[in-house]
Ligand binder design. Structure first.
Ligand code: ADP
Ligand code: MG
Length: 582
């Protein structure tokens, strides 16, 4: 086989994001394991001593190197992975700069052994101070072993910067974890001499998560598998019960390489729709895949950060995928696919009267045209007897309010218990979002315009909210220093005191800056939270029907904007099982 490793030309070198990547033992471990993966290894073994300061040894069963390649591998800018700068945009390997081994060799004593697949024997090389001191043929197994000893022995100043063994070992373990998670089909072994031994057989991703991070982290995970256009994402996300105190269990891989992208991290967080509190870090193990040409991985020395060609598109895609995996699609239907195919319109509402499309829109969505004003809670006429409805519909006369805070209703195949506040909040939230996106929502004039006044310093935040409030149907005019006149409110709004509502919204707005992705979301949540019916409010049958109908037609009916469930469904089967009626 001709020698594979070539030194890059200067032009290509100059286009590579240069950078010293070796800042400690964990970086050595990472670079060497990535080389093993690039060499197609299916079994990788790591041994470290003294937190990796004395030794990091990586053995693999990959394609190996010829004698000449073994020598070339340690030269700066020598790589088998790209030849020209153009190829930078199509890299599929983890490495491509041809720098890692050279950088390591400059600051440690390195011994390596390699035998190409299908070749009789291998070679051995010993390097010190960046030069090969010994080179010889050797009998060894197919694959490659690289031992890095006495890191920074010749640069005492850098050695000073290393932390105590325990800390360096923890960093090595972190690097190992990311690698082992990124390739569950590879067998991994880890041995911190005298301290810790791990053996991970090849398994599925889910099993690898449990093997590596503990059974309890494997629980409550929801599968993600989503393809759209140029992107695919798969893996697992934790539900809101499975969060950590820091980013420790947040793994995002792009084309097999772990990345640390703040914006994508935020998109994932936002996908929880406020379901997790600030300071809680949901677990995730996500693998994002796309054509290499759609992303530039050559912007960060350790390739932790990347630049997407279509940044917003990628962020939206990831957010949607996670959102969906979290079951934000109604649980009234078994799967998201079914939810989409569900007949969109109730053809026969209870009462037998056919609802017009316009009425329906008013009921489920904020109208974008000037549709008649109505209260979204007072919508459907109620009639004796069961409505002839589709399979997911509830049966309106089999319904009651429980303890002033829940609505219990019979549905096909069982029952639901609805949290009236959370449910109404969800309905109003969706409605507000839609009207702000659509432009101008229908408004209702207040018979007596209200006045709202703010103490010093508070009206600024209110001013910020004004454009959004206007889109929602609030007409608010300045009427003096820090005083505003409220002329209209969103059509259908039913609260005892509109001014109090606005004060409440402002308070929410000021207190929840970071939780929401943007102002639209933040103001929608403020509105929903403050305008929703409260626990303790008694509801008429019509109001209950309206609430349930509207809820099940919101896109994410399962949770309220704060992540509390809006309803629980109990299947008849479940009841039968509990009463042991088989
Ligand atoms: P890069 O990975 O960016 O190409 P490195 O300095 O990490 O640069 O490695 C240089 C070259 O050495 C690689 O391109 C590869 O051809 C070869 N190499 C390194 N480690 C291995 C290994 N474990 N198995 C086979 N080849 C390897
Ligand atoms: Mg490499």
């Amino acid at each position: 086989m001709p020698d594979r490793i070539k030194t890059l030309d200067n032009n290509t070198i100059s286009q590579i994001a240069a950078g010293e990547v070796i800042e400690g033992p964990s970086a050595v471990l990472k670079e060497m394991c990535e080389n093993s993966l690039d060499a197609g290894a299916l079994s990788i073994s790591v041994v470290i001593e003294a937190g990796g300061k004395n030794l990091v040894l990586v053995t693999d069963d990959g394609i190996g190197m010829s004698g000449d390649d073994l020598k070339a591998a340690f030269q700066r800018h020598s790589t088998s992975k790209i030849r020209t700068a153009e190829e930078l945009s199509t890299v599929v390997t983890l490495g491509f700069r041809g720098e890692a081994l050279a950088s390591i060799t400059a600051v440690a004593r390195v011994e390596a052994m390699s035998r190409e697949q299908g070749v009789q024997s291998g070679h051995k090389i010993y390097m010190e101070d960046g030069n090969d001191v010994k080179f010889s043929p050797v009998g060894c197994a197919e694959g490659t072993t690289v031992a890095v000893k006495d890191l920074f022995y010749n640069t005492p100043a850098r050695k000073e910067f290393l932390k105590e063994d325990r800390r360096e070992a923890a960093k090595c373990m972190n690097a190992f974890r990311s690698l082992a998670l990124s390739k569950p089909n590879v067998e991994w072994k880890y041995n911190h001499k005298g301290k810790q031994k791990i053996h991970l057989p090849p398994v599925t991703l889910k099993e690898r998560i449990a093997d590596l991070l503990g059974e309890e982290r494997g629980e409550g995970l929801r599968e993600v598998d989503f393809v759209d256009g140029d992107y695919r994402i798969y893996g697992y996300v934790g539900d809101k019960e499975h969060t950590g105190r820091n980013r420790e269990y947040q793994y995002l891989f792009l084309n097999g390489r772990r990345i640390n992208d703040l914006r994508l991290g935020n998109s994932i967080f936002f996908a929880y729709g406020g379901m997790v509190d600030k300071g809680d870090y949901p677990y995730y193990f996500l693998f994002l895949e796309m054509e290499p040409s759609l992303v530039d991985v050559n912007v960060h020395p350790a390739k932790l950060e990347v630049r997407f060609r279509m940044e917003k598109e990628v962020n939206d895609f990831v957010k949607r995928a996670v959102h969906r995996a979290l079951g934000f699609d109604s649980i009234m239907s078994a799967s998201p696919e079914r939810a989409e195919k569900r007949p969109p319109i109730i053809s026969k509402p209870p009462g037998g009267k056919k609802m017009t499309l316009k009425e329906y829109r008013v009921l489920v969505q904020p109208p974008s045209t000037n549709a008649p004003e109505r209260d979204e809670l007072m919508t459907l006429p109620l009639k004796e007897g069961e409505a002839e409805v589709d399979a997911h519909r509830f049966i309106p006369d089999k319904m009651f309010q429980l303890q002033g805070k829940y609505v219990v209703a019979q549905v096909k195949g069982g029952m639901v218990i609805i949290d009236q506040h959370a449910a109404h909040e969800r309905v109003l939230y969706e409605k507000a979002l839609a009207s702000m996106t659509a432009g101008k929502a229908p408004a209702q004039k207040l018979v007596f315009p209200g006045f709202i006044e703010f103490p010093h310093g508070e009206s600024d935040a209110f001013e910020e909210m004004l454009p959004w409030l206007e889109k929602m149907g609030f007409a608010v005019k300045p009427a003096g220093p820090r005083v505003y006149q409220v002329e209209t409110v969103p059509a259908g709004l039913k609260v005892p005191d509109e001014i109090r509502l606005l004060h409440g919204m402002l308070e929410y707005y000021r207190e929840n800056e970071v939780k929401h992705e943007d102002n639209t979301e933040r103001i929608a949540a403020a509105y929903a939270c403050k305008a929703a019916i409260k626990s303790g409010d008694s509801l008429t049958p019509e109001e209950m029907v309206g609430l349930i109908e509207a809820l099940f037609r919101t896109g994410t009916s399962f949770v309220c904007p704060h992540g509390r469930p809006t309803y629980i469904k109990i299947d008849l089967k479940e009841l039968d099982r509990r009463f042991r009626r088989s």
